[in-house]
Every structure is written in structure tokens, then in C-alpha cells.
Design a protein around this ligand. Structure first.
Ligand SMILES: *Cc1c(COP(=O)(O)O)cnc(C)c1O
Length: 388
């Protein structure tokens, strides 16, 4: 069996060796704690589960959904955007439900890129920003997120020829993996750049609801002019502990939303209506208290992790958002992978090498806060006792 040329373009998996070591460590009987994956450990809040239970008993939800989505779910998304972000979204023309943000981000490549076109991708970044373009025969061009600019790309550094070929740009704030929030003025600069070069901006909004220290994250779509040049992918996965449910939406520019819908009608058959009804419950103000209590939990874990890292000689500014702590690899290690192997060997704790998220992630590592309290407490005690 031979993979298609398309599939063969995806680079070989670089972390196979690290995963083999994790498996070997577990096989030795070590009590391995994973702070690797970003997948909320807490269950979906009861009010959402109950809405689902009720919805699933309704036979009307059992048939094919439309790809356009239920009117009441689109209205709920529009109401949420108004209430939460002060952004106006037309529930008829500016929003389509998606079967998860990952699906949506991949499919946008199919909808908007021809072979040879360029997609500008944040580096480090969510892996689909590069795998998506590669799978459709286009070229991902990495935009390094510069720590000195607050982990945003330097748009002036993108050369004219690349900007001319670019059709899409992927950005993401609050950011995975860096935990960065958008610096003032950056969305405005992105809009200017996109206008000048006729680029569709895709803002991946997976973390706007997970914030700390009084910070409230904006939607890209609340920036004046954003809807002329861009769309936002909003996901219910992380804020509502719904990663398994596959519930997201594409919102913003009317033409782009319509083309995404046209593509989707040829690929899938829409989002299960019972999940859409559960999504309405999640987006209602009734769920705000649940989000607030999750944020308290992540805040506590964030501080535990940052304090333990400081004891191990790694100093980080606690992130204002997301479920991640992004930290520099201490001196004395050749690479992110070497440091992660050291932590695994010495502490039996799994952390993610920054290079897993792109070449600009080299020299960094990521800790996810989605591990139960008693395990994270044990993991940070082991990290704190590591010599720096
Ligand atoms: C987790 C994550 C997603 C995936 O969201 P789903 O809706 O579960 O597919 C997308 N983007 C970023 C940046 C993420 O961290």
C-alpha cells in the first residue's frame, strides 16, 4: 500500500522516539504523569449533559441535520458573540456550525487554496495550520511568533512575493502553545495587511473563555473591518470540557462562510442536532458560572506549575489565558526533545517539546494544565526537585 502524494507530503513524525521512551518507562512500572496533551480532565458541566439527554430523546434530532445548522443554534452563537464580545454576527449569513474546529480549519484549506498557493501559518502553532495546506497541495509558509513582540508574527518581515501568493493566514489568540494573548493593535495590523494583499484571515478562537487575572479575551471579529477580510473558528471544546462532542462554528465574512458551507455540503452531513441543542445550553449565560469555576481551577494549577518551575530554575511569566504554560528550556540541554527526555527520565513526567509545534518552538516546552489536581501536585513536586 502506498500513501497518496498528498499524504506523503506530511513530514515524518518526529516524536516517535519520545513516545517510545514514555511507553518503555510505563512498562518498567514507573508512575508516569502526563502534562502533555491539552484535553480538559473535568467532565462536561451537568446543564450541558442534561440538555443533550433531553435532546437525544427527541426523534427529530435523529435525522440528517442540515449543513446550514439549526436556526436556534446559529442564533445562540450570534447572541453569545454579542453578549461576550460585542461583535455583531448575522445568524443567517455569517455563521455555520462545524464538527469541531479541527475539521473546519482543514476544510478551509480545501475551500480557499489552489495547488501552489501559500498559507501563512503561525509558528509555533496548531499542527493543522501546516498539515492542512500540505494536504491540499499548497505551501505553508511559517510566520515565527517572536517572544520580543509578545508572540505575534512580524508582518513586515513577510516578503512581497510570499504575501502576493498568500491566500490564507492562520492566527490564534489566546495562543496555543505559547499562552500569549493578543497585544493591543495587532488585530488591526492583520486587517490592514490582509486588505493590502487580498488574504483571508482565519482566527482560531479556541481559548477566549479560558482567562485569568481579570483578563477578558476579545474576538477577532470585534475589530473594525475584521469581517471584510476574515473569519473566526470558535470551538466549544476547551471552555466547556466538550472535546469529544465535536462542536464548533465558523463565523464572519459572508462570502467565506458561504463557500465553507458549499464545500461542507460535499463532504459531511452536518452537526448532530442534539449536539447543537447542547451547544445552545453551553452558550447561554447559565453556563457562565461553570466557565468561571473552571478558570479558578486552571488558575490554581497554573500558579502551582509556575512556582515549581521557578524552584527548578525555570522562570516564566504566568500566562493570562489558555490551559498551557510555555517555558524556555533551561541551559545545558541541546534541544527541547533532550530536555523533555531528561524530565521523563528523572521525574517520570511527560511534557511537550516546543519543536512539536513548529521550528520556532525549539528551545521551549509546554505544560498542559488538564491533569487532575492531585496528579498535577505530585508532578510539580517532582519538577521542583529536578536540578536546573
Ligand atoms: C484544541 C484546539 C483546537 C481543536 O478544537 P476542536 O473544536 O476540538 O477541533 C483548535 N485550535 C486550537 C489552537 C486548539 O488548541
Amino acid at each position: 500500500m502506498k500513501a497518496s502524494d498528498r499524504l506523503s507530503r506530511i513530514p515524518p513524525y518526529l516524536f516517535a522516539e519520545l513516545e517510545r521512551k514514555i511507553a518503555a518507562k510505563k512498562a518498567e512500572g514507573a508512575d508516569v504523569i502526563s502534562l502533555g496533551i491539552g484535553d480538559p480532565d473535568r467532565p462536561t458541566p451537568p446543564l450541558i449533559v442534561e440538555a443533550m439527554q433531553e435532546a437525544v430523546t427527541e426523534p427529530q434530532t435523529h435525522q440528517y441535520p442540515t449543513n446550514r445548522g439549526r436556526e436556534d443554534f446559529r442564533q445562540a452563537l450570534s447572541d453569545f458573540y454579542a453578549r461576550r464580545f460585542d461583535a455583531q454576527i448575522d445568524p443567517v449569513t455569517e455563521v455555520i456550525p462545524a464538527i469541531g474546529a479541527k475539521e473546519a480549519i482543514f476544510n478551509l484549506n480545501l475551500a480557499f487554496l489552489n495547488p501552489g498557493d501559500v498559507a501563512l501559518a503561525s509558528d509555533p502553532g496548531y499542527p493543522v495550520y501546516t498539515a492542512g495546506p500540505l494536504l491540499v497541495g499548497a505551501e505553508p509558509v511559517l510566520m515565527p511568533l517572536l517572544p520580543e513582540l509578545g508572540f505575534v508574527p512580524d508582518l513586515d518581515a513577510i516578503d512581497e512575493a510570499t504575501a502576493r501568493q498568500a491566500k490564507l493566514m492562520y492566527i490564534n489568540y489566546p495562543n496555543n502553545p505559547t499562552g500569549a494573548v493578543v497585544p493591543p493593535g495587532f488585530f488591526e495590523r492583520v486587517i490592514e495587511f490582509a486588505r493590502a494583499h487580498d488574504i483571508l484571515v482565519v482566527h482560531d478562537n479556541a481559548y477566549s473563555e479560558i482567562t485569568f487575572d481579570g483578563y477578558r479575551a476579545p474576538s477577532f471579529l470585534a475589530t473594525p473591518g475584521a469581517k471584510e477580510v476574515g473569519i473566526e473558528v470558535f470551538s466549544l471544546s476547551k471552555p466547556y470540557n466538550m472535546t469529544g462532542w465535536r462542536c464548533a462554528a465558523v463565523l464572519g465574512n459572508t462570502e467565506a462562510v458561504e463557500l465553507y458551507w458549499r464545500l461542507k455540503t460535499n463532504i459531511d452531513s452536518g452537526l448532530f442536532e442534539a449536539v447543537q441543542l447542547a451547544g445552545i445550553a453551553a452558550l447561554s449565560p447559565d453556563a457562565d458560572a461553570e466557565v468561571a469555576s473552571m478558570n479558578e481551577l486552571y488558575h490554581r494549577r497554573r500558579d502551582l506549575v509556575c512556582e515549581a518551575l521557578a524552584k527548578a530554575g525555570v522562570h516564566v511569566t504566568p500566562p493570562k489565558a489558555t490551559i498551557y504554560v510555555w517555558a524556555p528550556v533551561p541551559d545545558g540541554f541541546d534541544s527541547s526533545v533532550a530536555y523533555c527526555e531528561h524530565v521523563l527520565d528523572e521525574a517520570a513526567v511527560v511534557i511537550s517539546p516546543g519543536s512539536a509545534y513548529g521550528q520556532s518552538g525549539e528551545g521551549w516546552f509546554r505544560i498542559s494544565l488538564t491533569t487532575p489536581d492531585e496528579r498535577i501536585t505530585e508532578a510539580v513536586a517532582r519538577l521542583a526537585s529536578l536540578s536546573g
